[in-house]
Design a protein around this ligand. Structure first.
Ligand SMILES: [Zn+2]
Length: 228
C-alpha cells in the first residue's frame, strides 16, 4: 500500500502536488512518480503513484517515506483549487463539504490493520497578482500571523496520515507525547520540525491557547483584522 496523487486532467493540479512533495523532501529523498494507476473504488479516475527512497532523515523526507512505504496504509491525495467546494468521494454523508486549506479523512484500521486515508488540500498555483489575497496564514506562539505555504499544508495532512506510524516509530519526543493525546498537537509539532528545517517561523501548537479560527487567507485576515 502506498501514496497516490489523484490526476486532474483539466487543471493538472497533480503536478503542483508533485512539486510540493519535492520541496518538502529537499535533497533528502529520491522521489519518482508513476502516472496512470487505478485504485479500487474510484472507477474512471487515475492516480500517480509516489515512490520514495529515503537518503537522509529530514522530517519531510521521513514522513513521505513512512507514508509511501508503509505496509498498512493507502493514502490518496486529492489536490484542489481554492475556489472548489468538494465532497469526500467516499464520505458516508453526501452533504460533507470541506472548505479551507487541508483536510484528511481516515478510515478506522480494518481487520488487517490497514488505515486508508484521503487528503484534500489547496494546491492552487497562485498567480503573482493574487499572492496577497489567497495565501494562507496561521499564528505563532505570540499571536503573530505567519505564512502557511502550500507544501506545509500538504505536509501537515501527511503527518496526520503518518501519526499512528510516527507513534510506533518513536519519532515524537516524550514531552510531546506526554503533553496530550491530541493528534492535532502531535501533527503541529511535526509541522514545526519541517518549518525549522525550511527556515520558516514555528506555528503555535498549544491548542489551549488557540481560538477556534486558526487559519485564514490573507484576504480574510485583512478584512477581520486577525493579524495584530
Ligand atoms: Zn491538523
Amino acid at each position: 500500500m502506498t501514496l497516490f496523487i489523484h490526476e486532474d486532467p483539466i487543471m493538472g493540479l497533480n503536478y503542483e502536488t508533485e512539486f510540493d512533495l519535492r520541496i518538502m523532501a529537499g535533497n533528502d529523498a529520491l522521489i519518482t512518480f508513476e502516472p496512470g494507476m487505478t485504485r479500487p473504488g474510484f472507477s474512471g479516475e487515475t492516480f500517480t503513484k509516489v515512490r520514495c527512497t529515503l537518503v537522509d532523515t529530514s522530517i519531510g523526507a521521513t514522513t513521505i517515506d513512512i507514508v509511501a512505504n508503509a505496509q498498512y496504509t493507502d493514502v490518496l491525495i486529492f489536490p484542489k483549487h481554492y475556489s472548489d467546494q468538494y465532497n469526500d468521494l467516499l464520505a458516508t454523508t453526501a452533504t460533507m463539504v470541506i472548505e479551507g486549506p487541508g483536510h484528511i479523512f481516515s478510515d478506522p484500521p480494518d481487520v488487517y490493520g490497514f488505515i486508508n486515508s484521503r487528503i484534500y488540500y489547496d494546491a492552487t498555483p497562485v498567480p503573482e497578482a493574487l499572492i496577497d489575497e489567497v495565501f494562507w496564514l496561521v499564528k505563532d506562539a505570540s499571536g503573530n500571523c505567519i505564512d502557511m505555504p502550500r507544501y506545509v499544508i500538504l505536509f501537515h495532512e501527511l503527518a496526520h496520515a503518518a501519526d499512528p506510524l510516527f507513534l510506533t516509530n518513536t519519532i515524537l519526543p516524550e514531552e510531546v507525547k506526554a503533553k496530550t493525546d491530541s493528534e492535532e498537537v502531535n501533527t503541529r509539532w511535526q509541522e514545526n520540525q519541517l518549518r525549522i528545517e525550511m527556515g520558516l517561523p514555528e506555528r503555535d501548537y498549544d491548542l489551549s491557547r488557540s481560538i477556534d479560527l486558526q487559519i485564514m487567507t490573507k484576504r480574510q485576515a485583512k478584512n477581520t483584522n486577525w493579524c495584530p
